[in-house]
Ligand binder design. Sequence first.
Ligand code: F6P
Length: 320
Amino acid sequence: MKRIAVLASGGDAPGMNACIRAVVRSALHHGLSASGVLHGYRGLIEGEFREFSTGDVSNIIQRGGSILFSARSEAFQTVEGRAEAARNLRDRSIDGLIVIGGNGSFRGADAIAREQGIAVVGVPATIDNDVWGTDYTIGYDTAVNTALDSVDRIKDTAASHERVFIVEVMGRSAGFIALEVGVGSGAEAILLPETPTDVSALAALITERILNGRRSSIIICAEGDENGGARAVASELKTVHGIDSQVTVLGHVQRGGSPTTSDRVLASKLGWAAVDALCSGAAPCMVGEVSRRIVRHPLADSWTFVKEIDTELVKLAPLI
Ligand code: F6P
């Protein structure tokens, strides 16, 4: 192993820069040269490579987003696209590739590894935390804290105006963000894709609170909740139960901002672990952290197995 490349793919996540920094610094420490690929898999196909020195990754550990940009690429979903990408790597004598991203990005990584024999290591980064094989993904902790800060602010106005708020947090198909934000904010109800949502029961809960003189309520709703998100729940509350509510969709604010300490440390560890996996011939694989230990798994495990939310916390949430 002499030359490696790193790219960020899919939805950006806070801490990606800390990971890129760790990859470049670890590679140089091992005597390897390190290139960054701009615009994810698209840049891999279009040949957007930049050779990096330590200076190129200085002063980025605290920055949100990705200095390499991030993108989703349709071309990379084709065999031809992946063949072109592999050609670009070989033309530059790059023998190892590190992909920072989520499940979708790992599928692409697995495909180019199988078809083209490229040594690829995946580093899990997505605010959704929905990658099996690691306790946490890079970006999740920051997103939860960003969302929680917003909900705390909403609680002030909800209490003052005695209103019901339904706050939608990200999580396309997983309720990790919603569950922790809901518990952390002391929400009255948490609506998750993993558990059935009964809007009639929610209406009864809100009505009972109003009868008890508690006119404000906070409901946290994951965007992937099976009812179709906060707007759909608010509409059913109004049309079927006559209950007014305000909707706040936090959206992409959760993807930005300076990463928390936990995300910077996780990103740094996993960046180092990815280079280590390449150097020790473990690729193709993904790296993760489970119970504070660095682990390696086949890339396909990350989407074959489903990472479960904390079901004990789901049960406890209404009581605490
Ligand atoms: O996967 C991360 C995520 O932020 C999801 O929570 C969200 O559904 C999706 O990406 C949004 O993607 P885009 O920025 O492409 O709209």
